[in-house]
Design a protein around this ligand. Structure first.
Ligand SMILES: NC(=O)c1ccc[n+]([C@@H]2O[C@H](COP(=O)([O-])OP(=O)(O)OC[C@H]3O[C@@H](n4cnc5c(N)ncnc54)[C@H](OP(=O)(O)O)[C@@H]3O)[C@@H](O)[C@H]2O)c1
Length: 270
């Protein structure tokens, strides 16, 4: 291969042609609010966004853990703040968004699971899961969008849904209900807010090793089920979601809205 064909007569009179400019995956100048940032996938998303140049506000309930994380982020040279919040308290959360926003990027990762047979579902477990995974995420997304619309800014609003927002799973009726509902509000909000340049998407992981999935991974029968379903033959680790969140947050996904990015190792391919 030669290093240049500038003198190649076969290249034609229009040479060199103008090449398309690749979009940027960088996030300098953006502020991201990440819920569930004290653990697991949320922490992975916070690290990925900070590493891509965003200022990150880490939100969860455990203030001391958030403060330790913020100190570690700053030690890496990343801009970070801690915000102790119970996302299920939608009024307090909306007030915090007004006070500290607007946020260019939102990642709703705060979530919980109360798995068990559907015939045994207790209303308290149903309400807890829906109160955080659906109601909390819904009203936080609304609050962040309100801030962006008032400021006349575009944004990228991401909810960590799940492959279980697209298929059923054993003992997961309530969890699946919450995640299918997240997929629904994401599409409807994307339609409403597209005109403001606000993109709304979900990120849908398969089983990722975090404190949330620890009980599942202790059950050999469930582990067999998981390994059979994931076509790539291994369970997910937190770094598996880190590239996807940067993509959805960045201008690389400028025309992506109202959709779900599956990070499921092929679980939902059949
Ligand atoms: N792990 C998986 O296999 C998997 C797969 C698909 C989707 N997901 C989804 O990914 C998200 C994160 O899961 P994960 O595995 O990272 O779980 P995790 O390690 O248990 O982390 C959950 C996070 O949510 C925060 N949180 C819980 N309740 C909260 C509340 N009321 N207000 C504010 N923050 C709250 C927790 O922090 P504090 O305790 O400090 O509040 C923690 O940071 C969830 O939405 C989950 O459904 C997980």
């Amino acid at each position: 291969m030669t290093d240049s064909n500038a003198s190649d007569p076969a290249a034609g009179p229009g040479f060199p042609v103008e090449l398309p400019r690749p979009p940027s995956f960088r996030l300098e100048g953006r502020t991201a609010l990440v819920t569930g940032a004290s653990s697991g996938i949320g922490l992975g998303c916070a690290v990925a966004l900070a590493d891509a140049g965003a200022k990150v506000v880490l939100a969860a309930r455990r203030q001391s853990r958030l403060e330790a994380l913020v100190a570690t982020f700053r030690g890496r040279g990343w801009a970070a703040e801690a915000l102790a919040l119970d996302i299920a308290d939608v009024e307090a959360t909306a007030r915090a968004v007004t006070q500290y926003g607007p946020f260019d990027v939102l990642v709703n990762s705060a979530g919980l699971a109360r798995h068990g047979p559907a015939v045994d579902t207790a209303t308290a477990d149903f309400d807890a899961v829906m109160g955080l995974n659906l109601r909390g995420a819904y009203f936080l997304t609304q609050a962040v969008a309100r801030g962006l619309i008032a400021a006349g800014k575009p944004g990228s609003l991401i909810t960590v849904s799940s492959q279980m927002g697209h298929v059923g799973g054993i003992d997961r009726a309530v969890y699946c209900a919450s995640k299918f509902a997240v997929e629904g509000f994401t599409k409807a909000m994307a339609i409403e807010w597209g005109g403001y340049g606000i993109r709304v998407n979900t990120l849908c992981p398969t089983f990722i090793r975090t404190p949330l999935t620890e009980p599942t991974f202790k059950d050999p029968e469930r582990v067999r089920w998981i390994e059979e379903k994931i076509k790539l033959g291994r369970v997910g680790e937190v770094p598996d979601v880190m590239g996807s969140v940067v993509y959805l947050a960045s201008d690389a996904a400028a025309l992506v809205t109202g959709t779900a990015l599956m990070v499921d190792g092929g679980w939902t391919a059949d």
